[in-house]
Design a protein around this ligand. Structure first.
Ligand code: NAP
Length: 244
């Protein structure tokens, strides 16, 4: 597959390296330009490119920028083929991203992003800690493999993203349409809790739309006050307790 990734932080750069290692053709961009990506692409086949180039002539575009920056990258999608699959990895944290009234009022985050970028989206890799993505991927078929939720309105697009999820080291649970994607936003039991396929399906069903933002803010407060061990296991187990 030909993949263009806009956003080369914890998530975007890691995904780029994983897909390139599996033989895919990967381009990666960030806000500062390709020269700033020398370290990120060293020793890989990932091509550091401009934002304008990243979505050109690819099968999949992955947007992996801070939530409130999605409107800034919308115009880049004019460079993407009209049938390219577009993926959103972002999460909304109002304390970090600024408040967005429509999302606060209950619009699912990726529905809002989809409106901003004026493309259908698949939501994926948002509900995994970057440390989990870096350390906990396993081969297809591994017992108790961690599963990650995705959502979207196009079954073929979700199938392609599930293949990439597998390459990234994780099983996929299809959480439904984009309208259902609030089920794995921050503060839900499915969000960054390192569950197996069976556990994740139950967690998605258990999600509460009203409770999730309250859990999200309580978790951020607990982290800020030093009450949570800032490790992969500390964060994931705290999420399991505070989002239950
Ligand atoms: N960290 C996690 O554990 C995690 C897990 C799942 C999902 N997410 C979500 O995934 C998204 C990315 O997270 P992250 O941790 O990878 O973020 P990050 O480390 O802060 O990286 C963000 C990237 O976006 C780039 N960027 C910002 N504005 C841009 C623009 N206008 N055009 C192009 N690139 C732009 C930045 O460019 P520069 O490098 O030039 O600054 C940077 O490479 C966020 O929405 C986050 O909420 C994060």
């Amino acid at each position: 597959m030909k993949i263009g990734i806009v956003g080369a932080g914890n998530i975007g750069a890691l995904l780029a390296r994983k897909f390139a290692a599996a033989g895919h053709s990967v381009k990666l961009s960030n806000s500062r330009g390709p020269d700033s990506l020398a370290d990120a692409v060293r020793g890989t086949s990932v091509r550091a490119v401009s934002n304008e180039d990243a979505p050109k002539d690819v099968d999949v575009v992955i947007l992996s920028v801070p939530f409130a920056k999605n409107p800034d990258v919308a115009k880049l999608l004019a460079n993407a083929p009209s049938d390219a699959i577009v993926v959103d990895t972002s999460n909304y944290y109002p304390a970090r991203d600024g408040t967005i009234a429509e999302v606060d009022a209950g619009k699912p985050e990726t529905v809002w992003v989809s409106e901003q970028v004026e493309r259908p989206l698949v939501k994926a890799w948002n509900a995994i800690l970057s440390q989990t993505l870096a350390e906990a991927g396993t081969a297809t078929g591994t017992a108790n493999r961690i599963a990650i939720p995705i959502a979207g309105d196009d079954a073929a697009a979700k199938k392609a993203v599930a293949e990439l999820m597998d390459i990234s080291g994780f099983d996929t649970v299809d959480a439904g349409t984009l309208a259902e994607s609030w089920r794995f936003q921050p503060g839900t039991p499915a969000y960054c809790t390192e569950l197996t396929t069976e556990e994740l399906a139950l967690a998605l069903a258990d999600a509460s739309k009203d409770q999730a933002p309250k859990n999200r803010d309580a978790i951020m407060q607990a982290i800020a006050s030093g009450k949570v061990e800032f490790t992969r296991h500390g964060l994931a187990s705290n999420n399991r307790v505070m989002s239950a």
